[in-house]
Design a protein around this ligand. Structure first.
Ligand code: HEC
Ligand code: HEC
Length: 493
């Protein structure tokens, strides 16, 4: 499915986008235009047209900035994309809406309209609306990092569909709709974009009086016809995109080899895999955790996060399975692959094992003074859950957990009201009854959570219950799964 959506469909759409205009230009050159409707309701048209056209030009420039910034790993350019895109997006969507209203309300224009006159506006409004919603409401606009790396991979002819698989759902829909629009584009009046406005400035004068001059300058006309400009523009766009894909390449970390040489005693292989990890990190993680991995990504304050994206240099990880409370490589791997859905972090299950390994190596690299994780919590094979275990679990829960999680697991226990995580935000105990589990509700993960607690620097968010006997922890797990967690969550695993 990922391959189909992100490696096959894009090529089909782009091929249509670039080649259909030639076919139309050759067979029906005079169809490459819009139907004039400027004589009706001119005032409104002017406003709509100006907003729409300039908005789209800004959006185009913004996306180009995002593409370059994403591929080069530059937060500056990606931020610029946000501002230029936000202004352009608001202008274009306003223009599009006004134009659509005019089409519906002015009878003459309505009579002139064809299907595509409406369709293009619906496409534009949906695509731009999604983009704006993400940028201004969800406030995660660093998606350009993932999008650019994936888009460049298309032009390198080594598509990497897995890079888009972890992008937000809205980003995915935005991009897929955009591609669908690109495929439809040359069949609509929008095809005029390929001839306007450059040609306008340089083409021979259109004289209504005599054609003699035109025919004398035939060679020049040949170079300056709409057809040849289409060729120049299309070839130019393709060359620019190829250049971005092949020449800008992947982001690299300055002074990286030196740093790794110090950490790893100069091991060449490690250096290379960390370098791969960095590029992958930028494309997949930087939008939330920041280019410098300090948790200062562009999307940092997005309301979609339960807590801020972690500062990965501090290594204060929470979802661990070790007696020390220090995350092991396996713990980091688990979070990367499965994400923390309730917390706002997507899972990256589409990445290959080698890719995840390179990310774990990269997290290891940025974690300042990473301590030894030490042995894992003592976990015995999962027993069959019996009724006796469940009632033992009920008692243990009432004694140990309900103070924070509340009697019914709704997260409303009296001791839970003032728990703060290390950036100083109030963090209520999980609403277990509603299934608000971040790191997995399968028995082993629940066991790990109870046995290792949820560390948070010096003051844990939730104490570790590793001192309980394994049977007692399993009894708690049985109780949670059978009586507290919603069935939908338990059955899903
Ligand atoms: C859409 C934003 C987003 C993206 C993309 C993202 N993260 Fe996160 N990440 C978060 C948030 C938010 C948290 C904190 C969630 C919480 O604890 O509630 C988090 C937490 C983490 C943690 C802490 C886990 C723990 O045990 O405390 C790690 C490690 C992590 N992310 C690594 C990554 C890596 C590696 C990538 C890229 C493959 C990545 N993240 C991509 C938002 C994101
Ligand atoms: C001091 C208060 C406190 C106590 C006592 C406590 N918890 Fe928690 N628990 C928390 C907090 C806070 C979180 C949310 C952490 C987060 O979202 O990062 C949490 C989260 C959890 C989670 C969800 C983990 C995830 O993946 O998101 C589970 C399961 C859980 N607790 C089970 C228990 C059980 C079982 C007990 C008793 C043995 C218990 N807790 C005792 C505070 C507490």
């Amino acid at each position: 499915m990922n391959t189909l959506l992100w490696a096959v469909f894009p090529y089909v759409a782009l091929a249509l986008f670039f080649f259909v205009p030639f076919i139309r230009m050759i067979y029906r050159p005079y169809g490459v235009t819009t139907r004039a409707s400027g004589m009706f309701n001119r005032g409104v048209l002017g406003t709509a047209s100006l907003l729409l056209h300039w908005g789209i030009i800004l959006l185009f420039l913004g996306h180009a900035m995002g593409l370059v910034g994403g591929v080069a790993g530059s937060a500056f350019w990606v931020d610029l994309f946000f501002y230029v895109g936000a202004v352009g997006g608001v202008m274009a969507i306003a223009g599009s809406i006004i134009a659509l209203i005019r089409r519906f309300t002015v009878p003459e224009v309505r009579a002139l309209s064809q299907f595509d006159d409406f369709a293009v506006h619906f496409f534009l409004i949906a695509i731009i609306g999604l983009g704006l919603y993400q940028a201004l409401v969800d406030r995660i606009w660093g998606s350009a990092f993932a999008g650019a790396a994936w888009f460049a991979s298309l032009w390198r002819f080594q598509p990497e569909p897995e890079l888009m698989a972890g992008a937000g759902l809205l980003t995915q829909i935005h991009v897929l709709l955009g591609l669908l629009f690109a495929a439809y584009f040359p069949f609509t009046k929008l095809i005029h974009v390929w001839t306007y406005p450059i040609n306008f400035a340089v083409r021979p004068y259109q004289s209504m009086r005599t054609a003699a001059d035109k025919f004398r300058r035939r060679w020049e006309f040949g170079l300056r016809s709409d057809k040849s400009f289409l060729t120049y523009l299309a070839a130019g766009s393709i060359i620019v995109l190829l250049a971005i894909a092949f020449l800008i390449g992947q982001p690299t970390r300055d002074g990286f080899d030196v740093a790794v040489a110090e950490v790893d005693g100069g091991a060449q292989v490690a250096a290379r895999s960390d370098q791969v990890g960095y590029a992958l990190y930028v494309s997949q993680c930087a939008r939330c955790h920041g280019i410098d991995a300090d948790g200062n990504g562009a999307g940092r304050n997005s309301p979609t996060f339960a807590t801020l994206p972690r500062d990965l240099t501090a290594g204060l990880y929470r979802f661990v399975s070790t007696q020390s409370g220090i995350a092991s490589d396996a713990d980091l791997r688990h979070v990367i692959v499965n994400g923390l859905p309730v917390g706002g972090m997507p899972g990256f299950a589409a990445l290959s094992d080698a890719q995840v390994d390179s990310l774990v190596a990269y997290l290891d690299f940025v974690w300042v003074d990473r301590p030894e994780a030490g042995p894992a919590v003592n976990i015995t094979p999962q027993p069959a859950f019996t009724t006796a275990m469940r009632s033992q679990g009920r008692e243990l829960y009432a004694a140990n957990c309900s103070a924070c999680h509340g009697q019914t697991g709704a997260g409303d226990g009296p001791a839970g009201a003032f728990i703060e995580d290390y950036p100083g935000h109030l963090l209520p105990p999980a609403n277990l009854a509603a299934g608000a589990i971040k790191a997995g509700a399968d028995p082993v993960q629940l066991y790990n959570r109870i046995a290792a607690g949820i560390p948070n620097g010096n003051a844990p968010l939730m104490p570790a219950y590793g001192y309980l006997a394994p049977e007692e922890i399993w009894a708690l797990v049985a109780y949670l799964r059978r009586e507290i967690l919603p069935d939908s969550l338990v059955l899903a695993r």
